[in-house]
Design a protein around this ligand. Structure first.
Ligand SMILES: C[S@@+](CC[C@H](N)C(=O)[O-])C[C@H]1O[C@@H](n2cnc3c(N)ncnc32)[C@H](O)[C@@H]1O
Length: 178
């Protein structure tokens, strides 16, 4: 098992937890759009997601790299925060559209360094709002066939900043490398 992240700090935390749990995991610092350190067709399964695509400017290269390292017949699982949840801001007791669903960005946000309790601050982050169609098309273009898609979850986190109750929390794609 190999775990990839662009941030060494994240890998260090994960490596400590793996050691505590006695899990045999290799950790690789890399950009998901350039997994040059990993061989073609090497893995049986690739799992990716959990709020990653929003930071990635090229979703097509991202999923193409995920498919490249997967062996033929291997499973690609993409699990992301549901794109339809990203577009809202609170208005009164309800919601107003803050960013139209079809606008991908990049959107620049100025925040403090605590992403779980966002408030205005000096750090600039750039986010990309990929749509459901973008994610599915990128997986198909990467040479995979869809097995299933799911929309699930109903938790609304404090960090979301808008009362998105009633909207699905996650979007899941399961595909097989053709
Ligand atoms: C919200 S965390 C999700 C972590 C993990 N995938 C999970 O499900 O728990 C997002 C992670 O994506 C990483 N990340 C952001 N952009 C990346 C990129 N271009 N390549 C690799 N990792 C990236 C961040 O460093 C961060 O650790």
């Amino acid at each position: 098992m190999t775990s990839v992240d662009i941030a060494q700090g994240q890998l260090d935390v994960a490596a400590r937890r793996a050691e505590e749990l006695r899990l045999d995991i290799a950790f690789l610092r890399a950009d998901v759009t350039d997994l040059g350190g990993l061989a073609d067709a090497h893995f049986d399964h690739v799992y990716t997601g959990g709020h990653v695509a929003v930071w990635v400017s090229d979703i097509w290269r991202y999923y193409a790299e995920a498919a490249r390292i997967l062996r033929r017949g291997g499973l690609l699982v993409v699990n992301e925060y549901h794109p339809f949840r990203r577009i809202w801001r609170p208005q009164g007791d309800g919601l107003a559209v803050a960013t139209p669903y079809g606008e991908r960005g990049p959107f620049a946000y100025h925040r403090n360094d605590d992403i779980l309790r966002p408030s205005p601050g000096p750090l600039v982050s750039y986010e990309f709002h990929w749509t459901i169609a973008d994610m599915i098309n990128a997986v198909l273009r990467a040479g995979c066939q869809l097995v299933a898609v799911e929309e699930y979850g109903e938790h609304v986190g404090d960090w979301e900043g808008a009362p998105t109750h009633g909207l699905p929390e996650f979007f899941l794609i399961i595909a097989v490398k053709a």
